[in-house]
Design a binder for this molecule. Structure first.
Ligand code: CA
Length: 224
């Protein structure tokens, strides 16, 4: 899962990004609305966290100008009165939290926002004997909990949401690394091979496949 944090308090933005990262949510940071526009134009985000008092304008005005097809927006603002919160929601915010907010609640609300559209996504993703608990970021195969890193868990989740289909490497890179992270050419393959090892240890040694130069897919090879 990937978010855009729009926040002009740099220290707070970095702290939020770090703490969300520790909960499996990758973030890019925009310090003003101009930067936010740039990020939205090129990045694919599952959700946006929006501060309201920004140096080059008001977050709510910006929100009103976003296209209809946009990721859900969680406002995180110091504006705390009932009128201000109602105005935020009536202006199109999908959710509203008052600063300071607890990081666990922010992460939970972001997840809830991403789950919300369309058909409700199950909290557990199940494929064969493999279960991935999207809340606790835990994968279980043949009854055995896999010891996987955060990045491996994110990689696995994306593949499990598209079982049997090749997921392009650009999409995985976009979801696993933020714009400021250097991505080496072999980084994804390293994540995949560690994950493959964990899966093999739990009894599945032919389920995660590389399509060289294209991407990755999860499933039995015959299905392709
Ligand atoms: Ca601010």
């Amino acid at each position: 899962m990937r978010t855009l944090i729009i926040e002009d308090n740099c220290e707070l933005a970095v702290l939020l990004a770090d703490r969300l990262n520790a909960r499996g949510i990758k973030s890019d940071i925009a310090a003003n609305l101009e930067e936010a526009d740039d990020h939205v134009a090129v990045g694919q985000f599952d959700a946006i966290m929006l501060d309201l008092g920004l140096p080059d304008g008001d977050g709510l005005d910006w929100l009103g100008k976003l296209p209809r097809e946009r990721p859900p927006v969680l406002v995180l603002s110091a504006r705390s009165t009932l009128d201000e919160r109602v105005l935020g929601l009536n202006s199109g915010a999908d959710d509203y939290l008052v600063k300071p907010a607890e990081i666990d609640e922010i992460a939970a609300r972001l997840r809830a926002l991403v789950r919300r559209p369309g058909i409700r996504e199950p909290v557990d993703l199940k494929v064969g004997n493999l279960t991935f608990d999207t809340t606790n970021r835990q994968a279980t195969l043949n009854g055995q909990v896999l010891a996987i890193s955060r990045k491996e868990a994110n990689f696995l989740e994306i593949l499990l949401r598209s079982v049997g289909k090749v997921v392009p490497r650009e999409r995985l890179e976009g979801a696993l690394y933020s714009a400021s992270d250097p991505v080496t050419p072999n980084a994804l393959e390293a994540v995949a091979s560690r994950l493959r090892r964990r899966l093999a240890e739990a009894g599945e040694d032919d389920i995660l496949h590389t399509v060289r130069g294209v991407g990755y897919f999860f499933g039995k090879r015959k299905a392709q």
